[in-house]
Design a protein around this ligand. Structure first.
Ligand SMILES: [Zn+2]
Ligand SMILES: [Zn+2]
Length: 194
């Protein structure tokens, strides 16, 4: 049995579980995802010496994302974690210094074999290639996607609200925010104060 990850895994999964509230399947596999992703891009100390070199794209708003957030220190508010809400158990880890990037996706239906003693899935020792498909990728990052001060802020021609970081769309001579362009939003107005 491959015990390479054991010491580190136990420590990391405890840290992620503390952040999340419990050590569920998503936290366990999210810990392994993080370990695999960071290893591929040569990041050893994500919250210390390497903290300015790392960016992560996550593809789901579930437990695995909490594990990645806890263990990498990447957060949406720091602009180092981008959420693409595809409902997929996958994440891409990027070393923004070298450009090296790896997308780690959970293989469908994979749960590790149970460890003998506790009858729990053995996340510590499951082989990486059993759990994940890992692809070396390139991620084009625009200057406005990077941490730091907003590079641009423009008002939407239709709703008047400000749009930051180049998310506006130029359409038929107008500058529009995404919902105004798409003519749909996630909410319906009930009252308005002005
Ligand atoms: Zn959970
Ligand atoms: Zn608008």
């Amino acid at each position: 049995m491959d015990n390479r990850y054991f010491g580190e895994y136990e420590q990391l999964v405890a840290e992620a579980g503390k952040f999340h509230g419990d050590i569920c399947h998503g936290i366990s596999i999210g810990t392994r995802m993080t370990m695999s992703g960071l290893k591929r891009i040569g990041i050893a100390d994500p919250k210390g010496a390497d903290r300015k070199k790392l960016m992560v794209f996550v593809e789901i708003d579930r437990c695995t994302t909490d594990a990645i957030m806890a263990l990498t220190g990447c957060r949406p508010g720091k602009r180092t974690m981008k959420i693409r809400d595809y409902g997929k158990m996958a994440a891409t880890f990027i070393n923004i210094e070298t450009g090296k990037a790896a997308r780690v996706a959970i293989r469908p239906g994979r749960k590790p074999a149970e460890a003998d003693a506790e009858k729990k899935p053995d996340y510590a020792n499951a082989a990486e290639e059993e759990l994940f498909s890992i692809t070396e990728v390139e991620v084009p990052l625009r200057p406005e996607d990077m941490p730091g001060k907003p590079l641009r802020r423009v008002p939407c021609s239709r709703c008047g609200e400000n749009i930051m970081d180049g998310r506006e769309i130029e359409h038929q001579g107008a500058t529009l925010c995404i919902p105004c362009f798409q003519k749909q939003d996630y909410y319906k107005s009930v009252t308005k104060n002005s």
